[in-house]
Design a protein around this ligand. Sequence first.
Ligand SMILES: C[S@@+](CC[C@H](N)C(=O)[O-])C[C@H]1O[C@@H](n2cnc3c(N)ncnc32)[C@H](O)[C@@H]1O
Length: 319
Amino acid sequence: MVHIPVLLNETVAALNPKPGENFIDCTFGRGGHSLAILERTAPQGRILAIERDAESLSALPQELKEHPRIVFVGASYVDLGEIVREKEFENIGGVLFDLGMSSWHLEESGKGFAFSRDELLDMRYDRKSPLTAADILNRFPAAELRNIFQNYGQEKTAGKIAAAVERERKKKEIATAGQLAKIIEREAGARRWRAAAARIFQALRIQVNCEFEHIEKGIPAAFEIIAPGGRIAVITFHSGEDRIVKNIFRDFCRSGKAKTVYPKPMAPSEAEINRNPRARSAKLRVLEKVLAAEERNANDNQHYEQKNKNPGKKHCFQF
Ligand SMILES: C[S@@+](CC[C@H](N)C(=O)[O-])C[C@H]1O[C@@H](n2cnc3c(N)ncnc32)[C@H](O)[C@@H]1O
């Protein structure tokens, strides 16, 4: 199944790309959002395409890999500041974060992201990350597993499932998605085991990839590199990540350095959810950088001093 970009029209409208502007896609995935932005920034606007999963990048179609206006970087957006400096990427109109994983991860990566596929439980976007999902399941104390399932999955049977993992791994190492799915089915019951499995798999993925830490560092890094008027659009898929984004945006707004573009997060329409059920929990938040009051004052003073340096010319000062 191909990845269908979520909230595509809403995201492009919010970023408002114009011909010649450059944008950063911090989570390139299959490139759906980037291509829509490139249509609006033709003929010269470029995309800095960051993607943490090197295998996802190498599985892209050749013509996309060779797109003349896309600069690819295989890295995490946590290093955004450094990446932008290294690539000398300028004139940035906005930055996009479409969090989580793509349909490619679930269906083609072979990394054990889906509870319905009996693959090895890896779940690392970046194979250089130290721990796989199986490492965590087999090595972490039950109390820590419970916290992960609770905090990153909001799963109400977190304690029961953690205890069952601890019992099972004494008999046999837990290596595959199928083994974990069976444990969850036994503990959560036939009626709700699929919902529970989705939450437990999500929690493991977040832990394996330190997703929350990357969001907490990546968004402020994006804020640093955009100019006043530039926008940051973030699409989240569950309450844990949405809370982080909401709090970061709130702090920027309180400091007077930014404003939110919409009073409430945007959600997909019913038609979109029918077309693409994966969109059902999505939320889009958009922040715009503004000139902080001190910077405005400093600019005004500079302007005033410059005008005063030239006493020969008599005209009104314009602020
Ligand atoms: C939801 S998908 C993006 C889909 C994309 N917008 C599209 O239309 O095809 C999220 C992508 O972000 C990547 N990703 C996750 N965490 C990342 C990080 N910290 N840095 C860079 N990419 C990351 C994932 O590997 C995945 O490919």
